[in-house]
Design a protein around this ligand. Structure first.
Ligand code: SF4
Length: 406
């Protein structure tokens, strides 16, 4: 089931008007850009999990220093063109905390220098629990990081094996403790449900154990069998079985009920937060804002143009100081409106009335209005003076509803 997913780095998909590869500085519509966020991708991992389709790998060539040198060069090249402080930074991967400590510090300082976050800025870094040490936590704090997203996934040893995640469940609490002692108080835990062989009671236990750690934010993703991953191959061969949709639905409904009871606001299909702790960076994606992209395979967006940095580390290293980019897309008005529907309706509050009217005034608006009327009559969407949103009971099938509006 794909409805409950967005890449953990939150990089949304796109479509239309593809161009061949080019240098980032030639592609970015600088005069239209209103930069609000920055995403940096660190591709290194300790192990390649078999369900993962992010650009990440085990680096046998120790290229952490080369990666960091290259990142610093691009930060320097971008610096004159980013004239106002940004609101958010998200360093994802991969496993950013796998960088050698000195390189991690160099990279984070360069990124922080480029973004110049104000006092309310959000600076997130992804970490796997076993990589969090006192030394790493101190570096994160020194560099201004104020939010950590921990790849917890499950507390069940058998399900961690099923996911090919090799951390000890106890390492999550250890990592949270280290980070809090170092001064980082805004913590997200990523969890995955609907893992092969999993049962509802195990998922309930996962949620309970996550809640015991009192995170400020929880992301719960339904496992996706992404094409071309080893897990999808195993599924096709019959070596693993999906859990049934009824159980998956119960897991999701249980998540909604339990997290609401514990004071977490459900603000996006897969995301819950304590009041005031919604992920500001991912909200930029869902609101179609402009953000910079650093690192191999990172996607950026500005003024209706999307691009993706070349995904191969060697190619990216060789393209200094500006990234070579591919999948450059300038969306026409109609698909752009469809994409904004897709992103906005992922939010539980949906699209507010001014945004809805703006999108319906764009090409394709009459067709979409008819679709919306039909879906509202069918009880699948809800429309009122505040705007348009997916009915809570239909969140499990959000993708198919949204696809009608693309
Ligand atoms: S740790 Fe995360 S990024 Fe790395 S391979 Fe596993 S799922 Fe992918």
């Amino acid at each position: 089931m794909t409805d409950l997913t967005l890449s953990i780095a939150g990089q949304p998909p796109a479509a239309a008007n593809r161009a061949a590869s080019a240098r980032a500085d030639a592609v970015i519509p600088w005069s239209l850009a209103n930069w609000r966020g920055l995403y940096a991708h660190v591709p290194f991992c300790r192990h390649k999990c078999h369900y993962c389709d992010f650009y990440s790998f085990v680096d046998r060539e120790d290229r952490g220093a080369a990666y960091t040198d290259r990142l610093l060069a691009e930060c320097a090249a971008l610096r004159p063109r980013v004239r106002r402080p940004l609101e958010t930074i998200f360093v994802g991967g991969g496993t950013p905390t796998m960088l050698p400590p000195a390189d991690l510090e160099r990279a984070l300082l360069a990124i922080a220098g480029l973004a110049q976050l104000g006092p309310s800025g959000e600076f997130s870094v992804e970490a796997n629990p076993e990589t969090v040490t006192d030394e790493i936590a101190a570096i994160l704090v020194r560099c201004g990081v104020n939010r950590i997203s921990i790849g917890c996934q499950s507390f069940q040893p058998s399900l961690l094996v099923a996911l090919e995640r090799h951390h000890d469940p106890a390492s999550v609490a250890r990592a949270v403790g280290i980070l809090r002692r170092a001064g980082i108080t805004n913590i997200n835990l990523d969890l995955i449900f609907a893992v092969p062989t999993s049962r509802l009671e195990q998922w309930q236990d996962d949620l309970n154990r996550a809640l015991e750690l009192e995170p400020q934010h929880i992301s719960c993703y339904g496992l996706v069998y992404e094409p071309n991953t080893p897990l999808a191959t195993r599924l096709a061969r019959g070596e693993v079985q999906r859990i049934d949709e009824v159980t998956e639905g119960r897991m999701y409904e249980h998540t909604r009920a339990m997290l609401a009871e514990r004071g977490y606001e459900h603000y996006e299909i897969s995301n819950w937060a304590r009041p005031g702790r919604r992920c500001q960076h991912n909200l930029l994606y869902w609101r179609n804002a402009d953000w910079l992209a650093l690192g191999p395979s990172a996607s950026g967006h500005a003024g209706g143009v999307r691009w993706k940095n070349v995904p191969r580390l060697a190619d990216w290293l060789n393209s200094s100081p500006w990234s070579m980019v591919q999948d450059v897309e300038a969306l026409e008005a109609e698909p752009s409106a469809g994409e904004q529907f897709m992103l906005g309706l992922r939010l539980i509050d949906g699209l507010d009335t001014p945004d809805l009217e703006r999108l319906l005034a764009m090409p394709g608006g009459a067709r979409r209005r008819a679709v919306i009327d039909r879906l509202c009559r069918g009880g699948l969407l809800q429309s009122d003076a505040a705007g348009l949103r997916i009915m809570p009971s239909q969140l499990m099938v959000a993708d198919s509803l949204i696809s009608e509006l693309l």
